[in-house]
Design a protein around this ligand. Structure first.
Ligand code: NAI
Length: 335
């Protein structure tokens, strides 16, 4: 079957890892017509606008996108294109599976956890203002609607993928109203899934437990900010952001992206590791129903990492992006 997918190659190393991923998917025999487009509005054509309208329309039309990283200015400057895309397309569920990859050195070898992060509200609502000089306010928005739909997403995902246990992560002991509503909404959903064990943990304790005994976690369900922090923490347990994928999923569209940034220090040097975007594209293939190609790419990826002859510098190897990509294509099982 042929698929139409929007490709947002991104900035920095984005175009390099996107090109590598495209080559591998093609070599695996997946038939994709890519609609390649820059999600950032060009200054003159769409003055004052952050997102390229044509890119949004393309994702809405195709329902699926693969996205490379986009740069965001720190403290001031334009808001994040990444956050704007998720909001505009209402991609409310951020799905981040974190699992050891054979051959990648890490402190633990038994991590297999899926984090589900609410993607649209909390402190990411962008509602900040100066009250008086020297005092600023940043609003944390939690709604019953968004908390309930992310809970439904997580429990349905658990059921579908054979996961057994969900921990909701919160700080409702301090933020009694906001995190309290998050928990209350989840509890109502959890009751409808008696086959999934449901537990709650305060975020600081959850972080400590994560670096002590990550194997105790099966799935975590988190509001936006804790989800952002804990998913990078979890990635660190298996070798870092270069080896973990992510999906941003909504009812109308899904966008799969690497969680690392644009890596300006190595951009354009042919050194970037495409693994994270490739793993995200494997999630995308599963979403598209291309399970056989997804498993073949997964098996080639494991082989390349087990052999450890053609891995990139960020994971202790010496290979360039092109050498890694060639090795992966050579390792693809025949179909
Ligand atoms: P970063 O992830 O770009 O880089 C951190 C370190 O990891 C650097 O040493 C980099 O070389 C390395 N690295 C990252 N990805 C790699 C890969 N695929 N292969 C090899 N090495 C890799 O994080 P940083 O420096 O904080 O952010 C740079 C820019 O990226 C910022 O403008 C930030 O806003 C943006 N960013 C975008 C994201 C997205 O589009 N989803 C996510 C995170 C950051």
């Amino acid at each position: 079957m042929r698929h139409k997918v929007t490709l947002l190659p991104g900035e920095g190393i984005g175009p390099e890892v996107s090109a590598a991923t495209k080559r591998i998917l093609e070599a695996a025999g997946v038939q994709i017509d890519w609609e390649e487009i820059d999600p950032r509005a060009s200054g003159t054509a769409e003055k004052g606008q952050l997102l390229n309208t044509a890119a949004i329309e393309s994702v809405k039309r195709n329902g699926v996108a693969l996205k490379g990283p986009m740069a965001t200015a720190v403290a001031g400057g334009a808001p994040s294109v990444n956050v704007a895309l998720r909001k505009t397309l209402d991609l409310y569920a951020n799905l981040r599976p974190v699992k050891n990859l054979p051959g990648v050195k890490s402190r633990f070898d038994n991590v297999d956890v899926v984090l589900v992060r609410e993607n649209t509200e909390d402190l990411y609502s962008g509602l900040e203002h100066e009250v008086v000089p020297g005092v600023v306010e940043s609003l944390k928005i939690i709604t019953e609607r968004a908390s309930t739909r992310i809970a439904k997403f997580a429990f349905e995902y658990a059921k579908r993928s054979g996961r057994k246990k969900i921990h909701a992560i919160h700080k409702a002991n301090i933020m009694k109203l906001s995190d309290g509503l998050f928990l209350k909404s989840i509890r109502a959903v959890a009751e409808k899934f008696p086959e999934i064990e449901y537990k709650e943990l305060i975020v600081d304790n959850a972080c400590m437990q994560m670096v002590l005994k990550p194997e105790q976690y099966d799935m975590l369900l988190l509001p936006n900010l804790y989800g952002d922090v804990m998913s990078d923490l979890a990635a660190g347990l298996v070798g870092g952001l270069g080896v973990v994928p992510s999906g941003n999923i909504g009812d109308q569209a899904a966008m799969f992206e690497a969680v690392h940034g644009t890596a300006p220090d190595i951009a354009g040097k042919g050194l970037a590791n495409p693994t994270a975007l490739l793993m995200s594209s494997i999630m995308m293939l599963d979403h598209l129903g291309e399970r056989s190609a997804a498993r073949r790419i997964e098996s080639a990826l494991e082989k390349v990492y087990k052999e450890a002859k053609h891995t990139t510098q960020d994971v202790g190897g010496k290979a360039t992006t092109a050498e890694f990509t060639d090795a992966l294509i050579a390792a693809l099982p025949q179909h």
